[in-house]
Design a protein. Structure first.
Length: 276
């Protein structure tokens, strides 16, 4: 009988997420995964020390990297040097690599909230009542501020560490969830002031074509991805975030049938990843 795969599942069960309970989601997911694999949970600060004893490392609700930047960089460096299998794979081009992708996608003409990081490019941003300024290495709205246009000239943009975007008066935010390159479900926040009060969303064909452009751009063969977008006043969707490191899944907001289908797809993806 072949040995069961040994997985190290990285999560911060105590992370104090606003409006969400990360721990509940990972408790549910690991309970299901244990049916077919041998699995141990660890905090992201401990992943580097433990990873060599496992066939693969699954990074899930580990919280913002900013909270353990040194440990994450050491984990990533060791995994790349040793050829450790990490799920999601470490070559993701979205949030896993920072916010540079927002600049790259803006320059390439993708439907994304226009983003710049240089003072000489501020004129490229459309007129808006206010502008979002956030760290390029940020996450979970850490360091986010809003400024009027006249104050943008005083920003220290020379170091390339800040991003500037127009504040979009969007109708709602919507997220599309994928396992590998297969769409699973979508959720949206009908009230922009209550962004974590999510409801199931039935995407149109145009919606799915929008999200698929970013999944294709990211070129991840395996993994869980979340495409976050906003519905602009003109009706079009604009990318807010391409989360490919540890996207929270909001599985408590979907019907049981959808949740079961997602977990099955996740487990199947992991087994294909281990066999690749």
């Amino acid at each position: 009988m072949p040995a069961r795969p040994r997985l190290l599942y990285v999560t911060d069960l105590a992370y104090p997420a606003r409006g969400r309970r990360y721990c509940d989601e990972d408790i549910h997911l690991t309970a299901r995964l244990r049916e077919n694999v041998d699995l141990a949970l660890c905090h992201p600060r401990d992943a580097e020390a433990l990873m060599d004893a496992f066939d693969a490392v699954v990074v899930r609700n580990s919280g913002p990297v900013l909270g353990h930047q040194k440990e994450y960089e050491a984990f990533r460096e060791r995994a790349l040097a040793h050829g450790t299998r990490v799920y999601n794979p470490l070559h993701g081009r979205g949030d896993m690599a920072g916010k540079q992708y927002l600049l790259d996608l803006t320059a390439a003409g993708y439907p994304v909230i226009p983003t710049v990081d240089r003072a000489e490019d501020l004129h490229l941003l459309p007129e808006a009542a206010a502008y979002a300024v956030k760290p390029k290495a940020g996450a979970d709205s850490i360091g986010l501020t809003f400024l009027p246009r006249e104050q943008l000239a005083g920003l220290a943009l020379e170091a390339g560490e800040l991003l500037v975007q127009p504040r979009v008066d969007f109708r709602y935010e919507v997220s599309f969830f994928y396992v590998d390159d297969l769409f699973q479900y979508a959720l949206y926040a009908p009230d922009p002031e209550r962004r974590w009060v999510l409801e199931p969303y039935e995407p149109t064909g145009d919606d799915l074509a929008f999200a698929r452009r970013f999944i294709d751009w990211n070129t991840l063969d395996h993994g869980i991805q979340r495409v976050d977008a906003c519905r602009a006043p003109g009706g079009e969707l604009l990318l807010v975030e391409l989360e490919d490191l540890n996207p929270y899944l909001s599985l408590d907001r979907v019907p049981e049938e959808t949740r079961d289908r997602f977990v099955t797809a996740f487990a199947d993806s992991l087994h294909r990843f281990l066999a690749a």
